[in-house]
Design a protein around this ligand. Structure first.
Ligand SMILES: *Cc1c(COP(=O)(O)O)cnc(C)c1O
Length: 375
């Protein structure tokens, strides 16, 4: 459906990916579960196309300013994107970031599939030095779980000068807060599982690009590897996406309040939230983002066991992995072996702020922190 140009993203998130406005037509894109289609049409078979994916892809493409290809999960999107690279391609990626992307790259590097260099993407000079001779720079910003902010315009321009493509994992920021394609990135990756769908009830991923060759390669490889989204998941993701703007508005206002209060709490050693003026990422985030997001992390002075006790003590917030849902989630990230390998501080807790009342969240955190340190 053609929409008026220059809509605000808060409108696009509601309006994009709708059926044509014909009399009697549905207002909501229907979920189409058919695995096969009558011969001679645009869609032939359910591994190469589906009308419900297309509605979701239209919406994601409109939000990021490109064309989207959806996948069964964020990792299916990431690994398919990496498989477009030639054998032995040099890839520069975050040393501290989403762990499975890093481990896919380092595992494949052992067999010679990729030549991988891991860097601190918040260190622009070191990242660009590593880009010499690289095919691809993979960036996350803000990063998981440290909430470091990379200087996206400088990295994108510098990597392009070095001849590398740039992929930005925009899962933490969402296109409402950050539009990497506008900054020149070649592709954006999303775990739609997180904020975009927003209800912790499905897995789905997407790549968005303006590069027509890359788009065709991704759509082709998706059909060959078969990591296709379920139509029902695509339907639910699009339904969840409709409320992204209001969910984020509430969640990030609460995240700022919680970050400020945690920073002043005696049990807390350090808070990372790019919306705190004292945060090392604050200036960059202000330059390249429309808001600071709903993810934060903090370290407890009393150490890893106290952090575990705090996670076990919350009653409003849920002690679980993942992020981006309407319900607040927290966990001690270094409970995962991979995070220890990445150097995640042992007492660091990652908090995904949901849309509950902020005073209930704060009361829950305060109670959990005092239970954790009283021993
Ligand atoms: C969750 C996540 C992924 C992977 O997405 P899945 O949908 O879990 O496969 C990639 N990057 C980031 C930043 C994530 O949070």
């Amino acid at each position: 459906m053609t929409m008026p140009p220059d809509l605000q993203p808060e409108t696009t998130v509601v309006a994009a990916g709708r059926p044509a406005r014909d009399p009697g037509a549905p207002v909501v894109a229907p979920v189409v579960l058919s695995s096969t289609y009558g011969a001679g049409g645009a869609v032939a078979y359910g591994r190469t196309g589906n009308p419900t994916w297309e509605a979701l892809e239209d919406a994601l493409g409109a939000l990021e300013g490109g064309s989207a290809v959806s996948f069964a999960s964020g990792m299916a999107a990431a690994t398919t994107l990496l498989e477009t690279l030639p054998l032995g391609a040099r890839v520069v990626a975050p040393a501290s970031g989403y762990y499975e992307v890093r481990s896919f790259l380092t595992d494949r590097a052992e067999g010679g599939r990729f030549d991988v260099e891991l860097v601190d993407v918040a260190d622009t000079g070191a990242t660009l030095d590593a880009c010499r001779g690289a095919s691809l720079l993979w960036v996350e910003s803000p990063t998981n779980p440290l909430l470091n902010v990379a200087d996206l315009p400088a990295l994108i321009d510098g990597a392009h000068e070095a001849g590398a493509l740039v992929v930005v994992d925009n899962t933490f920021a969402t296109p409402l807060l950050q539009r990497p394609l506008d900054l020149g990135a070649d592709a954006v990756l999303h775990s739609v599982t997180k904020f975009l769908s927003g209800h912790s009830d499905l897995l789905l991923g997407a790549v968005v690009t303006r590069d027509t060759e890359l788009y065709a390669a991704l759509a082709g490889l998706r059909g060959l590897y078969g990591g296709v989204p379920g139509p029902l998941e695509a339907f639910l993701a699009l339904r969840g996406l409709r409320t992204l703007a209001v969910r984020l508005e509430r969640a990030q206002a609460s995240a700022l309040t919680l970050a400020q209060r945690l920073a002043a709490h005696p049990a807390v050693e350090r808070v990372r939230y790019p919306g705190l003026p004292s945060d090392p990422g604050y200036d960059r985030a202000r330059r390249q983002m429309r808001g600071f997001g709903a993810m934060l992390s903090f370290e407890l002075r009393a150490g890893a066991e106290a952090a575990e006790r705090a996670c076990a003590a919350v009653r409003v917030i849920t002690h679980a992995t993942s992020l981006g849902g309407v319900e607040s989630l927290m966990e001690r990230r270094a409970r995962w072996a991979g995070e220890v390998e990445m150097g995640t501080p042992p007492a660091l807790i990652r908090l995904s702020v949901g849309i509950e009342h902020v005073e209930d969240l704060w009361a829950d955190l305060e109670r959990a922190l005092s239970a954790a340190v009283q021993r």
